[in-house]
Design a protein around this ligand. Structure first.
Ligand SMILES: Nc1ncnc2c1ncn2[C@@H]1O[C@H](COP(=O)(O)OP(=O)(O)OP(=O)(O)O)[C@@H](O)[C@H]1O
Ligand SMILES: [Mg+2]
Length: 230
């Protein structure tokens, strides 16, 4: 009976390929028949075995991407240092793309394109929102809406309120709309304070008769506005 040994480690450059080749070699010297399968577009195993990947016409790619050719035979190089090799080259990267698309198509609810444009950007969400999203406390459409609030403190409060009160997306949008006037008000107040301070210091505004007249008229308008409140 045949055995499949797969070597994997999420870290790069930690000798996965070197170990695959050496393990294969030692198994073959112990009278096991060994087929090395290079399933990496980087094709290091193929190169390590002395084959130039770019010169290959058929590789594992052809086995993974279905073709109509019924005569297709796996492109195995026989008896390299006592082992057989199913080689790879960079073309396999296309197969990976194709395989991903097939998985999305089989799941059916989401296309690769929609995943790329709608779901992937979620990874750029602020950390607090991302963790709420990952723990399932909030849906991604709501998370995206809340993430648009720039002020960190306001955003946190909104997130808490959205989760705590199970707010709907439209309720969240309403709250965000209300935030905008509050911000504009704040900006106008700051502008008013700055202008007031500058006006007090601007000497010509008080000494120049023409300017003083203009100031008087502006002040009268302001007084009228304030009087309307009472
Ligand atoms: N025991 C070792 N001592 C020193 N160098 C080593 C040893 N094992 C492997 N190497 C070297 O480390 C480098 C990376 O090895 P290898 O390609 O096997 O890693 P890998 O995990 O397959 O990398 P990748 O993630 O890129 O596929 C190679 O240049 C290899 O020659
Ligand atoms: Mg490798």
């Amino acid at each position: 009976m045949s055995k499949i040994i797969a070597l994997f480690n999420q870290a790069g450059g930690v000798a996965k390929t070197t170990l695959t080749m050496n393990l294969g070699y030692h198994l073959s010297t112990r009278q096991h028949r060994v087929l090395l399968v290079d399933i990496d577009p980087q094709a290091s195993l193929t190169s390590f075995m002395g084959i130039e990947p770019s010169e290959l016409e058929t590789t594992i790619y052809d086995a993974l991407v279905p073709k109509d050719d019924e005569q297709f035979v796996l492109p195995i190089d026989k008896n390299l240092h006592g082992m057989d090799l199913l080689p790879s080259n960079i073309e396999l990267a296309n197969a990976e793309q194709q395989l991903i698309e097939d998985v999305f198509a089989s799941v059916g609810r989401l296309s690769v394109e929609s995943f790329r444009t709608h779901r992937l950007p979620l990874l750029n969400l602020p950390e607090d929102i991302l963790s709420a999203l990952r723990s399932g406390q909030i849906e991604y459409t709501k998370a995206k809406a809340i993430a648009r609030v720039k002020d960190e403190e306001t955003r946190k409060q909104l997130l808490e309120e959205a989760i705590g009160n199970s707010l709907s997306l439209s309720q969240i949008r309403e709250l965000i709309k209300e935030l905008k006037p509050a911000k504009q008000q704040e900006e106008l107040r700051t502008r008013f304070d700055t202008t007031y301070k500058q006006a007090k210091k601007a000497k010509k505004l008080w000494s120049d008769a023409k300017k003083r007249k203009q100031l008087e008229s502006l002040l009268a308008k302001l007084e009228k506005l304030i009087a309307e409140e009472k």
